[in-house]
Design a protein around this ligand. Structure first.
Ligand SMILES: Cc1cc2nc3c(=O)[nH]c(=O)nc-3n(C[C@H](O)[C@H](O)[C@H](O)COP(=O)(O)OP(=O)(O)OC[C@H]3O[C@@H](n4cnc5c(N)ncnc54)[C@H](O)[C@@H]3O)c2cc1C
Length: 138
């Protein structure tokens, strides 16, 4: 499921970048705006950080050292980053970000399901919290 969060972020980045390059406002593409460029940077930064975390998880799994706490950390962290990434993508599409005529709305809605299923963000965070403190909060 954490890998799904990586894919969602990469998809959101692709859709938002393509839209920002073709959508023209005030006589130039919205991709020329400094704020939009900062948002795209944050999106690809989140996606890259999530991808790097998942590569490390794959290494742990390959060596037989992956524990449930690692999986919970990956799921919680990647889906939290994903939520910010898809929200930025939705914002870059403006009103079209919530229209079903554009792919971003589907990416945005799917991200909400990924955030909650297979263990909500909160419960995965508590599994990690128990591992790092030795105290169960649930
Ligand atoms: C699209 C989709 C597909 C799904 N597919 C499946 C499936 O195939 N099989 C299946 O079995 N389930 C499936 N689910 C169910 C999913 O796993 C649950 O929705 C999820 O585990 C949360 O359970 P809940 O909805 O009962 O929320 P609740 O347990 O009622 O939680 C509500 C809120 O309270 C928080 N919360 C609960 N307990 C604590 C606590 N102790 N401390 C802090 N916060 C807490 C939760 O994080 C959440 O924010 C699916 C859900 C969705 C949205």
């Amino acid at each position: 499921v954490a890998w799904q969060a990586v894919g969602q972020q990469l998809a959101a980045f692709d859709v938002a970048r393509a839209y920002a390059l073709q959508r023209s406002q005030f006589g130039r593409p919205v991709a020329a705006s400094q704020l939009v460029q900062e948002q795209l940077t944050r999106m690809i930064g989140n996606a890259s950080a999530s991808l790097s975390l998942m590569v490390q998880m794959a290494r742990l799994q390959e060596s037989g050292r992956l524990r449930m706490e690692h999986a919970a950390l990956a799921k919680a962290t990647c889906t939290l980053r994903m939520r910010e990434t898809v929200a930025l993508g939705r914002s870059i599409l403006g009103g079209n970000g919530i229209s079903t005529d554009f792919e971003m709305a589907k990416i945005f809605a799917d991200a909400e399901a990924i955030y909650s299923y297979e263990g909500t963000y909160e419960v995965n965070a508590l599994i990690v919290g128990r591992a790092v403190t030795g105290i169960s909060a649930f």
